[in-house]
Design a protein around this ligand. Structure first.
Ligand SMILES: Nc1ncnc2c1ncn2[C@@H]1O[C@H](COP(=O)(O)OP(=O)(O)OP(=O)(O)O)[C@@H](O)[C@H]1O
Ligand SMILES: [Mg+2]
Length: 241
């Protein structure tokens, strides 16, 4: 199994288009805020992290225990590292002071993309949301928020201004047959027959997390059976994850 791959599913293609659109926006007319949202297991985080690594974007994943202060410290650290500061200078002061340093570093810089995953954890903190909004308003940074299905509505409830400013929404959807075939071709070391693609589509309901798990089971079964092409005849439905 190929690990840490980023198969170009329709979701990935649409999300890439969003970032390109925001990077090429008229800077004086539009802020660079986008939101990726959708059901669990559709590949939002894989897209966010792998795209960030490949394109030198700044990637921050929020955690349930994060406070406004720990958020501001972590963000400053990531931004300093991005600009090549040799080592992190411990930040002192209130969350807001630390945060201003980040905004100062980002000011007047173009083509910076900041991806914030698990944005849902920020909805409980007005300070964190306000800090992210300031980056959007005061710098040219493209900010991509990544969250759960209801992130779009929660954003509106948490802060009306946020919603107004968000000029690109990208909903990750269930994988279609072409997506599933692509994942099977690129991720699995075992070739699967067309009927297995149809089986996987109905079994996983287009959830890529479940699909990758099933492919792992199929690979194991193929190894045990010593075969290189897997079809319905090899399927032991009780053992496909
Ligand atoms: N584009 C992709 N190419 C290959 N594998 C992928 C891709 N996207 C997702 N996966 C696989 O699916 C798993 C789940 O994806 P991911 O964690 O990104 O989902 P998510 O939408 O962020 O889910 P959640 O809402 O639960 O956070 C990944 O760990 C990886 O194994
Ligand atoms: Mg995720």
């Amino acid at each position: 199994m190929k690990e840490l791959s980023l198969v170009k599913t329709n979701n990935v293609i649409e999300a890439e288009k969003m970032i390109t659109y925001l990077l090429n926006r008229p800077l004086t007319e539009m802020v660079g805020l986008g939101l990726i949202y959708g059901q669990p297991g559709l590949g939002k985080s894989r897209f966010a992290r792998q795209t960030a690594i490949r394109n030198d974007y700044i990637y921050l994943r929020l955690e349930s225990t994060m406070t406004a202060k720990s958020f501001s410290i972590q963000l400053l650290q990531l931004v300093q590292r991005h600009f090549g500061y040799p080592s992190f200078m411990p930040a002192r002061g209130a969350a807001n002071d630390i945060f201003r340093k980040t905004v100062d570093l980002l000011k007047n810089q173009t083509n910076i993309v900041l991806v914030i995953d698990e944005i849902d954890y920020a909805f409980k903190s007005k300070k964190m949301l306000g800090a992210i909004r300031d980056i959007v308003d005061e710098t040219l940074t493209v900010v991509i928020l990544v969250g759960m299905t209801d992130a779009r509505e929660k954003l509106l409830q948490a802060d009306m201004h946020y919603f107004d400013r968000c000029n690109f929404f990208c909903e990750f959807k269930e994988l279609n047959t072409d997506d599933i075939k692509l994942v099977c071709d690129e991720v699995s070391s075992v070739k699967v027959k067309p009927e297995i693609i149809r089986f996987l589509q109905s079994k996983t309901r287009g959830n890529i997390r479940k699909l990758v798990k099933s492919l792992y089971s199929i690979e194991n079964m193929a190894t045990n059976l010593n075969i290189t092409e897997f079809g319905l005849e090899h399927l032991d439905k009780t053992t496909v994850a």
